[in-house]
Unconditional design. Structure first.
Length: 309
């Protein structure tokens, strides 16, 4: 497998982890999830992300899941694996295992204990050393979840200090100005890294216009992100916005804190991708009113897509 590098672009789907109703990993549904994402022409996959319920897995389960996904993908697209961990010993072990198994790179989010710019820079220098210089890593900037604010200046320091930092997963909100500043810095001669955006793609057209290279996030309709990215890359900006607008109400609904993954899994189960919409405990459940909202949004989305042709 080719390793992740600074030129990465497209749509890397954050894969859900399917569970059976009894809470065990559903590997048959995992196969369907992988096939589904590849059928929707995902550029790559990301596993053990926050929306993949990684913190709910044992280390043995995490290793089994990654190995299973990598075997199913069989080198067709790059796979990035989340290796964030409170301690570097665990991060080193996980990174070595997944890279040996065929992962293209790893993703590292900062721990919530970091408070100053210098602490963040020092942490990522240690993390880069821990995973090793030959392992490319993604800096995950997701302050809503991590409670760590990483400024563009700090990101630039991390990139300058660590050649194996090849991608920013940008999930700041609002964060358009951050993308513009980072791209301005690279245009002025600083090392350019890939920027893939998150937050369910709810700002994707604007983020692409600011210089993002694509998306690394999840949504129950990954074809939205793929089609928007392709249209934008082809210079069809108006088409990209029209496609995005058709999906936006449902994408917005899915972005609700706490309920978002339950919504995504409900839709994926409805689409026949996973057998159960179950979240491993602790996890939220949808009410009848929630489901009625989702069904109404899907119906309206289908009508808008038909109108677009």
């Amino acid at each position: 497998m080719t390793l992740l590098n600074e030129t990465a672009k497209g749509v890397y789907i954050i894969a859900v982890t399917p569970f059976r109703d009894d809470g065990e990993i559903d590997f048959a549904s995992t196969d369907r999830v992988v096939d589904f994402y590849l059928e929707k022409v995902a550029t790559g996959l990301t596993v053990l992300g926050m929306m993949g319920e990684a913190p709910k897995l044992t280390s043995k389960e995490a290793h089994s899941l990654v190995s299973h996904v990598l075997a199913r993908v069989a080198g067709r697209v790059p796979v990035v694996v989340g290796v964030s961990s409170p301690g570097f010993a665990a991060m080193k072990e996980i990174s070595a295992r997944v890279m040996d198994a065929g992962a293209a790179g790893v993703m590292i989010a900062p721990p919530s204990t970091l408070r100053t710019d210098d602490q963040i820079v020092s942490y990522y220098s240690m993390a880069a050393e821990t995973v090793g210089p030959k392992t490319p890593f993604v800096l995950q900037d997701f302050p809503i979840a991590t409670q760590v604010q990483i400024t563009p200046q700090v990101i630039r320091r991390v990139v300058a200090d660590n050649p194996n930092c090849v991608m920013l997963k940008h999930e700041d909100w609002p964060g358009l100005a951050k993308i513009s500043e980072l791209r301005s810095a690279s245009d002025s001669g600083e090392r350019r890294i890939s920027i893939l955006v998150g937050n369910g793609g709810v700002f994707l057209p604007e983020e692409l216009s600011r210089g993002a290279d694509g998306a690394m996030t999840g949504f129950a309709y990954p074809e939205m992100m793929v089609d928007v990215w392709k249209a934008h890359a082809a210079g069809q900006t108006a088409r990209a916005h029209d496609l995005f607008d058709a999906y936006l109400p449902l994408a917005r609904y899915e972005q609700q804190p706490g309920a978002g993954l339950a919504i995504r899994k409900y839709i994926l189960a409805k689409r026949g991708v996973i057998a159960s919409a179950n979240l491993r405990k602790p996890g939220s459940a949808l009410s009848r009113s929630d489901i009625a909202d989702i069904e109404q949004l899907i119906m309206r989305q289908e009508r808008r897509l038909q109108e677009l042709g």
